[in-house]
Structure formats: structure tokens, C-alpha cells
Design a binder for this molecule. Sequence first.
Ligand SMILES: *[C@@H]1O[C@H](CO)[C@@H](O)[C@H](O)[C@H]1NC(C)=O
Ligand SMILES: *[C@@H]1O[C@H](CO)[C@@H](O)[C@H](O)[C@H]1NC(C)=O
Ligand SMILES: *[C@@H]1O[C@H](CO)[C@@H](O)[C@H](O)[C@H]1NC(C)=O
Length: 703
Amino acid sequence: MLSFAALMIVGVAMVAHAQAPGAFYEDTKTCDPGCNKYGNCNGETGQCDCPFGLAGPTCTEKLFPACHSSHDDGTLPHYGDWYPKNCFCYKQLAAHPYSCPSYLKYDGLGFSPQAPCFYDTLLNSNLLCYRYKGIPENQQLSDSPELTDPNIEWLHVRSFPTWYETPTAAPTTLSTPDGIYRPLKECPDKCSNRGWCQSLGGNHLMEPHHDPEERWCKCHSFFQGKACEISDPIHCYRNCSGVGTCLNGWCHCKPGYWGHGCTRTKAYSSTVGWRPNHAAIKVYVYDLPSIIVHRREFNDQWSYIDLMYNAELEFTEQLLGDWSVRTENPWEAALFYVPTFTYWYTGNIGHPTYIIQHVVHHLQHLAPFFNMTGGRNHIMWATNDRGACKLQMSQLELQHPIKLVHFGQAPRHAYLQKSHMKSTGVGLDMYMGGVGSLLEPLPLPGHRFQGFPEFNAPDLMEEHEICIRPEKDVVAPNVLHNAWVEPPAYSKVWETSFVDGERVVTRKPEDPAQRVITMFFGGYTKPIMAYSQGVRQALNLLFGPSGKYDPAGPNARHDILVTGPLVDAVEVMQRSKFCLAPMGAGWGIRLTEAMVTGCVPVIIQDHIYQPLWDVVPFEEFSLRLSRTDVTDLVEHLDDVTPEQLARLQAGVEKHHRAFMWDTHYGGLAYNFTVTALKRRAISFWSGNYRKRSNRRHHLRSVS
Ligand SMILES: *[C@@H]1O[C@H](CO)[C@@H](O)[C@H](O)[C@H]1NC(C)=O
Ligand SMILES: *[C@@H]1O[C@H](CO)[C@@H](O)[C@H](O)[C@H]1NC(C)=O
Ligand SMILES: *[C@@H]1O[C@H](CO)[C@@H](O)[C@H](O)[C@H]1NC(C)=O
């Protein structure tokens, strides 16, 4: 009987399995009919998605009413300090539970100089602001009045951690960062409530205003036009798919569409719970509410992001349109992608712990999928210089998700001992600039590599930070500045043709006199050895005055160029056989630059997994040297025969597109990053992710 019952169960299970495609059904919800005027009906949640600062079933509730310049519906809040706001604006912003969330904590090294508030203005302890006398708070506006308006009073305030205010006299004149403040009513159409009025200065298009009598609108967040009436589409994903309007980096979609780039139209439910498809690994993309994360303004303007940190946007842009891996059905997804706009919150030198914590907190409480795997199949970017390094001391649920980084440092052991750090507080000291106390209790490491200057304990600590776990995290290439991938630079080296619709990129025949520089490195160096792990410093010693290859000495190598940053680096790398790729303060940009200029990269980055290390064959196109080889670098390069060089150059030809994001020129960085992510799903299913108990043990062994 027992075996019969077991058979029955197997039979039932097989039937259920055969029906798996029907296990999911379309279940798109509707919203308040008024939702679409200012918001998007999210068919998955049945709630109205609003731009940052608006809320409610019709997006007519204002979260920070005093940050608006009008009582009209649909206006957006502005909260920077480039021109004064209503004091209640700052107070309301600080009071919102998601502005400086109380659950944000960081337990590890890497003291963040910023308090955990997501809006920089809240950290300004001396804000100038005004308020209308005798008017209730819910009627107060940031509508840029006359400075001498008798109905207002002026204050200096601090809004975080506790409110503090002192009255001050009305200013007689006020400067903005580049001009003079003028009341909003003096400008055309009150700048459509999307800008502020000033004289003098210029806008982001670099159009200067010289006449002090002229009044003009300086627009917020890539609105344009005389009255900021034009909304610029370039800061929204996929230009809102042609079915929406871009407002402050957020797509306002036509009815029936929602989500990033208005790319969502369907939602699903499941009768079998979560059942990821193992035959076609799919990625679900979250649309987090704008109050959780959004492309926030930097002060009162867009943050101008250095393109080389832009991989999150490039990847997301391409993933949103790639229905061969994307799915709208989370119940069949193996991986969950969480766009967080990380760089908007961390900049290049900050660390992403707080923003990841904020997002994880939201996912844990609202969505069922995060908890099912403890977040292990959730994907988030950390593109800042040192990527995810500081997460190693954070809560496990922040460590579990798959991090997409550029900096793949993964030494076996951390150097600094956590228990030690706690008892002496040296971690904080170090990041406050005082390293004295750190040098005492830890052994002085001193001399480490032949030909290198001395390393001290903080240097060693940085190079021993465990930033990724290679079986789980993905190292992706950085974005290159246009000058490297656009004609004429790219087309100088590469010939592009199409064979049967397939792009074929080959190396143009080169004049033998073209690549005459044996090795090139042009870049900064710094006295601290943590910078580039000392490689740039050792190189400068080797090739500098009284070094072994002193250009004025007997061993001078005029075919090797080691120098500071060059403006014409593209052109020089196109004339070089080998290009050195050390790290910088974190990841280095030289590997990708070498690949697009057809120069064979020489990678010297100990303990650092390179971008796409697991999905492209580095041995076919690069040299890898250890730091102990730096003193013999020239000998190692001279050992390479012309045939070997030709083989490596052919490897660069074959694989360079993996390091380019721009699809106009055949970039495949997106495709390879997706492949690497799919391998993480397999790694996850194979149990290769370290288990919690091991992780504990691991932490104990270094603490
Ligand atoms: C963006 O989409 C709008 C239509 O929604 C279209 O008018 C505009 O030309 C597009 N812009 C770009 C840069 O593609
Ligand atoms: C997910 O786990 C967290 C932490 O254990 C818990 O606080 C939260 O309530 C869980 N969420 C759900 C939806 O069960
Ligand atoms: C790369 O991915 C895109 C999807 O965004 C796809 O259209 C393209 O064919 C892929 N390229 C290759 C070479 O696989």
C-alpha cells in the first residue's frame, strides 16, 4: 500500500508538472481611475505609482507640501539649498521615515563621513530658509518670494538629527551658486514650477546670461526651455518606450503601461508558488516605488555622473528591452534584478551599504521573493570605486544578494581583526584621518615587495578587504567615455562590416611603424601604497630619475612610456603593443581602454578578479603578472616573441567587444554580464554559495 501511495503521489506530481505552464496566470490589477493623470497604474500591486514626492491613489497627495512652489496638483517638490526654500520643506523632508531611516546601521569598518540621510541638504547644519507668518504648515510653499516680503520671516535651521532654528534678518541680496536670486514671479510663467528665477549665471547647456537686468529660469533636473516647459527625455530609461513622458528621471506612462521605461504591461499570479524555470534562466526586474529609490537630484540639479560609473544605467537600459531573458512573471524568474540608482546615492567614493540596506529592508517587508532565498538570487549594483568592499562587515542579508561591481578584490583573509577594531576603535580613527593608533597595536608590515616603497598597516588593510565572493558576485566592465568608442578613435583600429546581418569587427591592417611603443602607462600615482597596491609607485621608481630605466641613464628604454595622465592617451595606446592595467583607488579603467585601442593589457592587480573573468578567456588576450614581477617587467615583455604578440593581438580583436557597453559600436558587455549572472543562478542551485555556518566560521577565523 505504501509504495502504491508513493506511486500515486509521483503520478500526481507528474501531472502537476506537465501542467506547469498553466501554473501561472495573468492577473493584472486595476487602480483608482484618477491614477493616470499624474501617476502610473501598477498592474502588479494595483497601486498608483507616483513620481518622487507625490503619493496616494491619484498622486495628488504631496509628501513634502512645503517643498512645492504651488498648490496646484502635479507639481514636483524641490529641496536643495542652491536657493532658499520654505523652512517647513526641510522639516517635512527630515520627518519622512525614508529620508533618514532609523533602521540604517553599519557595524563595520569604513566609517561613512555622512550621516545616514539620503538627501544631502539634511546634512547642512546651517540652512537659510523662510516661512510665512501666521499661515498653517499645510499652506506653506517654497515659492521664492521677494526677500523683503513683510509676511515672511527668515531663519537659519538645522534639520537633522534634531530640529534647531535661529531667527535671522532678511537678506538684502542672495547668491545662487552662479548668479543672483530673484523672486519666482519675475520669471516667465513662474518657470512652470520646475525651476528658479535668477539673474546672471548659466544653465547646464552652458548658455551664459551676462545682462544683470535679465531674469531667466534656471531649470531643475533637465527641464529645459525659457519657462522650463520642455522635459528632456534622456534621463529616463528607453525614452519611456514612446508611450510616456520623462519627468525628473521618472516615466509618466500612458494608461496600460507602468514601470521603468514604461516597459510593464502584464502581471501574474501562480497556483504553485515560486517555480523558477531552469531551462531558460529568467530575470525579473523590480520597479521600486520612487520614495524608496529614484534618480534623485543633487541639491537642486541633476547629478552629472562621470560616464565611467554609468554601468548600472547601461545594463538596466538593455535588460529592460531584452525579453529573451527578462520576464514580467516573478514566479518563474530565477534571478531578481533591483535597480537602485546606486551611484546617485554613493558617488564614487561613498559606499553603498546604506542604500542597499534601505532597499533590502523594503524588499524583506513587501515582496515575498527576497525572503525565499534570503536575497541570494537578487542582483544589485555597486559601481563606486571600491564597490561592495564595505559590506563585508554588514548584516548577512545585505551580503547575500549578488553584487554587480567593477572592483573584484577577493583576498583570502581580511587583515584587520574585527574584535580588535572594536576594542580600540581604530577603524574609526583611520577613516577620520588618524592612523597613529592603528600602527601601534598591529605589527608594522614595512617592506613587502622588492622595488616597492614601504607599505603601512592601513595600506595592507585596504588590500585585504574582501569585496566580493567570486562564486556569487559578478565583476562587470566599466563604461568608457565616448572618445574611446566613437569614430574616429574606434574606427582607426577596427573595421566593422556585416556578414548575413552579423556584425564582424576586424583589426585594420596596421603600418608596422604604427605600434612602436612596447609598453605604455599614463596615469596618476599617489604616495599612499594602497593606491594601485603600490604598482604605479614601483613603476615610477623603476622608470623615474635614478631608477633602473632612468630615461637619462644607461638602461633607458625609449620604447617604453611611463608618464602621468595624457590627454591623447587614446592615440598613444593605439601606438602601443602592451598597455599596463594596474588598479587605482579601486578598480582601474586601463583594461577596457587597452582592449578598445587594440593594445594587449598587462594586468598587475593581485587578488583582483577582472571584469568578466569567468566568461571570457583572459589567457588569449592579456598578460597577467604578479606584483613580485614588477621589478622584472621589462624582461617579461622582452620575452614575448612576435608570434606570441600576434596571437595576443588576435585575442584582443576577438574579445574586445566584451568590454564595451555601447551597442552602436557592437558592444557586448551587456550580453557577457548576463551570461555571468546566469552562471550565478547555476552556482546558487549547485549549493556553491557558502552556507551560513561556513560564513560564520569564516568571520570567526578573521575576528
Ligand atoms: C522620445 O519619445 C518621444 C515620444 O514619446 C519622441 O517624440 C521623441 O522623439 C523620442 N526621443 C528620442 C531621443 O528618441
Ligand atoms: C522577511 O524576513 C524578515 C527578516 O527575517 C522579516 O522581518 C520579514 O517580516 C519577512 N518578510 C515576509 C514577507 O515574511
Ligand atoms: C546581445 O544581447 C542583445 C539583447 O539586448 C541581443 O539583441 C544581441 O543579439 C546579443 N548579441 C549577441 C552577439 O549575442
